[in-house]
Design a protein around this ligand. Structure first.
Ligand code: PMP
Length: 351
């Protein structure tokens, strides 16, 4: 039986993507070759890469001022690539500290220069999104994390800043409509809303590059990857292809607008139950609740064994909270059907 998969990432993808990916592993495009054994320079794969780059821009409604890159190294690699490429030798950058991943981004940027944390919720266990700050032109860039995967908080609005706007959208990219042209650089590991683990998408406004005054190693230099159209070195061919399939599925099913409606409905269902049910409570400020990751815990811990047995019995997977926080986390990425949330809510009701 297929599980109701609430895993935080890698996570559920559309069933059609699993099927088409499996087909491509056996034989790609009637070529007599598996996708896994063909050259990344082959006509077939170059077409995949070209379309994978183009579809991101289409979905985000971005013009040719922007380039899309598919890179290895995970979103964690971007923590340092962003600073390497954008933080000038004597400059400083502004960051918000809204969770473990934001803190990791700050840690890496500090290796390159001055970093000011302009807003932080660390002292309150990352239970809200700081809003009361401003970022002036003295900074080379501002970096934020749109969705905090572990703590279940999400930026509902983005500040107006007087510098470049950089955002780690790893765990909510393509989940809601945004004015993506507000951002100068967006990055996201694929393994939530986009595809399997192994590739990271970077969307960058070309004009911001080449100004840091640093001698950047080639593989860490966005300009090199742009020039080589994401083929500076052998790209992770399978994750790129599966990402393309996931984005085609999104585009063919109403795009981000339709995904957002479904995501809001799923989030409402679970948060209504968390608020209604006296046995549960949420972790974070209501106004900052993520539509992607809903964190909650049992008020009466003695019910844990019964609850855990019940959701497992219902075919639910991946509900345990992050090891640093405990409790439960229901990750409800684009591909999770609302029926899975209904199953979870029914289990919560029956407790
Ligand atoms: N940023 C966010 C918001 C994340 O959720 C994660 C991982 N889930 C990362 C960065 C790190 O991603 P990766 O494992 O691809 O390096």
């Amino acid at each position: 039986m297929k599980k109701h998969n609430f895993s935080a990432g890698p996570c559920i993808l559309p069933q059609e993507v699993f099927q088409k990916s499996a087909d491509a592993i056996l034989e790609f495009n009637g070529s007599g070759l598996s996708l896994l054994e063909m050259s990344h320079r082959s006509k077939d794969f170059v077409a995949v890469m070209d379309e994978a780059r183009a579809i991101v821009k289409r979905l985000m409604n971005l013009n040719d001022d922007y380039e899309v890159l598919y890179l290895g190294g995970g979103a964690s690699m971007q923590f340092l690539m962003v600073a390497y490429n954008l933080l000038s030798t004597n400059g400083k950058a502004a960051y918000t500290n809204t969770g473990t991943w934001a803190a990791n981004a700050i840690k890496e940027a500090k290796r390159f220069g001055n970093v000011d944390v302009v807003g932080s919720s660390k002292e309150e266990n990352y239970s809200f999104i700081p809003k009361d700050y401003s970022v002036g032109s003295e900074y080379d860039y501002f970096h934020c994390t749109s969705n905090n995967t572990i703590y279940g908080t999400q930026m509902k609005d983005f500040p107006e800043v007087d510098t470049l706007m950089v955002c780690d959208m790893s765990s909510d990219i393509f989940s809601r409509q945004l004015d993506f042209s507000k951002f100068d650089l967006i990055y996201a590991g694929a393994q939530k809303n986009m595809g399997p683990a192994g590739v990271t998408v970077v969307v960058v406004k070309k004009e911001i590059l080449g100004k840091s005054g640093r001698d950047i190693p080639s593989i860490l230099d966005y300009e090199v990857h742009i020039k080589k159209e994401s083929m500076f070195n052998t790209p992770p061919v399978f994750p790129v292809y599966a990402t393309l399939l996931t984005l085609q599925h999104l585009e063919n099913n109403g795009g981000i607008a339709a995904a957002e409606i479904k995501n809001n409905a799923k989030a409402k269902l679970i948060y209504d139950e968390i608020d209604r049910n006296p046995l549960f409570e949420g972790f974070c400020a209501k106004e900052d609740r993520s539509t992607m990751n809903a964190g909650f815990k049992l008020i009466d811990e003695s019910k844990k064994e019964t609850f855990d047995a019940a959701w497992k019995e219902a075919g639910i997977n991946g509900l345990n909270g992050h090891r640093s926080l405990g409790g439960y986390r229901a990750s409800m990425y684009n591909a999770l059907p609302i029926e899975s949330v209904e199953v979870l809510v029914n289990v919560m009701k029956s407790l």
